[in-house]
Write a protein that binds this ligand. Structure first.
Ligand code: SPD
Length: 432
């Protein structure tokens, strides 16, 4: 491991010293978000297509905001990154993205246009009403935000509402995604359910609601739920749920698919639901930041990721749903044991009753109660401040017991060491 780290550091150092980056592609993606061996296959494919060598430097992140800050503040020279919808919107608004030029890709291998789902194209147009995000990004994976729950402890009815997060029955048993926007959206939808039902506000309006009043209401709700919080997790929640640590997790559908499969193998029954009040639907897409140094290889990389066989492998290994709308992708997921789902919105006519996993591909009815998050611009700082107040407040009795025990251990170790020192001094004095 150490040798691997030194080699990676040496490669990065060599890259930063050399001005010619044509043989290197720097990719920055979410962790656990690509199939085994895909990167080296891309390197071979690129050589076959262009006759040029390429080495991919692949780095990962767990939260959108970490990635954004490296580019927005650090101006890092990543060639291709994978932000979520509202971050794509922010990057578009601040001129951080280069337009994609697929004309540079020969027709014979242009997988992007061939495989784009009309649903994805439409949702990407919604990202920013003034600039078409389809010209700057290509969707990779997508999904919903909901609740993963352990059926041994949580009933379907309990999990059918976001209220379950603060249900006192689940003290110290709830894992929450450490992703402020993805928690804020569903909680606000829950808190505004009356106004939603009465038609006084729409789901879409709530996704842009950064008012002080709404932020305060979400903060109050999350604080009221904090005794239930077992942890704020960036990427370990799915694994914890499979091990029976935590009975509920506010999470993304892709993590749910992965966790449900892994848990079944060890006899733990997990389910996933998008609560009835509604939630967010999200999309992660490939973009080329303006500080990129290898636009050509970045463009080929995005194209390669849209190849149907590659999309299917990435899906099968990560649990997430590819944005690829090719019919072969749907066929690869058919499982007659699953209930029928209406996917006409994604695959078009003929897909209104297909037997696929409804956690993977949400039924049309679920999609109709979900909305896309939007960038808040400068108001994002208010959300991040609220988030750290909520998390900082989260010390529960167990935390205090652990801190107390650690302090006692440190004091005891210091007392023992002082005692030994004194004993050595007095035995030295006796010898003299
Ligand atoms: N482990 C990869 C997870 C990527 C999920 N992206 C979801 C973003 C929601 N805004």
């Amino acid at each position: 491991m150490r040798r691997l780290f030194i080699a990676a550091a040496a490669l990065l150092a060599a890259i930063s010293c050399s001005s010619d980056r044509s043989g290197v592609l720097k990719v920055y993606n979410w962790s656990d978000y690509i199939g085994e061996g895909i990167i080296s296959e891309f390197e071979q494919w690129y050589k076959e297509q262009t006759g040029e060598d390429i080495t991919v430097v692949y780095q990962t992140f767990d939260v959108n905001e970490t990635m954004l800050s490296k580019i927005e503040k650090g101006h890092e020279d990543y060639d291709v990154v994978c932000p979520s919808d509202y971050i794509i919107e922010r990057m578009l608004n601040s001129g951080l993205l280069l337009p994609l030029d697929f004309a540079s890709i020969p027709d014979s291998i242009n997988y992007i246009a061939k495989n784009r789902s009309p649903y994805i194209e439409k949702m990407f147009r919604e990202i920013n009403p003034e600039i078409d995000a389809n010209d700057y990004s290509v969707a990779y994976m997508w999904g919903t935000t909901g609740i993963i729950y352990n059926t041994k402890y949580v009933t379907d009815e309990e999990a059918s509402t976001w209220d379950v997060i603060s249900n006192p029955k689940f003290k110290d048993q709830v894992l929450i995604k450490d992703a402020p926007r993805d928690v804020y959206g569903p909680v606000l939808i829950y808190l505004k359910q009356k106004e939603l039902k009465e038609g006084k506000v729409t789901l879409q309006e709530l996704m842009s609601d950064s008012s002080d009043e709404s932020i305060a209401a979400v903060e109050e709700y999350l604080k009221s739920a904090k005794d239930n919080v077992l942890g704020w997790e960036a990427d370990f929640g799915k694994d914890q749920m499979t091990k029976g640590r935590g009975v509920l997790s506010l999470n993304w559908s892709g993590d749910a698919v992965w966790a449900i499969e892994e848990a079944a193998a060890v006899g733990v029954d997990l389910k996933y639901v998008v609560p009835e009040e509604g939630s967010t639907v999200w999309f992660d897409g490939w973009v080329i930041p303006k500080y990129a140094k290898n636009v050509k290889a970045a463009t080929y990389f995005i194209d390669f990721m849209c190849r149907t066989d590659i999309a299917i492998r990435n899906m099968d290994e990560t649990g997430y749903v590819a944005s690829n709308g090719a019919w072969e992708v749907l066929e690869s997921q058919i499982d007659e044991e699953q209930d029928a789902v209406d996917l006409s919105y994604f695959f078009g006519e003929g897909a209104d009753s297909v037997h696929v996993d409804g956690t993977l591909y949400p039924d049309k009815a679920v999609i109709e109660r979900c909305a896309l998050e939007h960038d808040w611009g400068a108001d994002t700082d208010k959300l991040l401040a609220m988030w750290s107040r909520v998390k900082g407040d989260n010390a529960n009795s167990m935390t205090y017991i652990i801190i107390g025990a650690l302090l006692l251990a440190i004091i005891a170790a210091a007392a023992v060491s002082a005692h030994k020192k004194r004993a050595r001094h007095s035995s030295k004095r006796r010898r003299r």
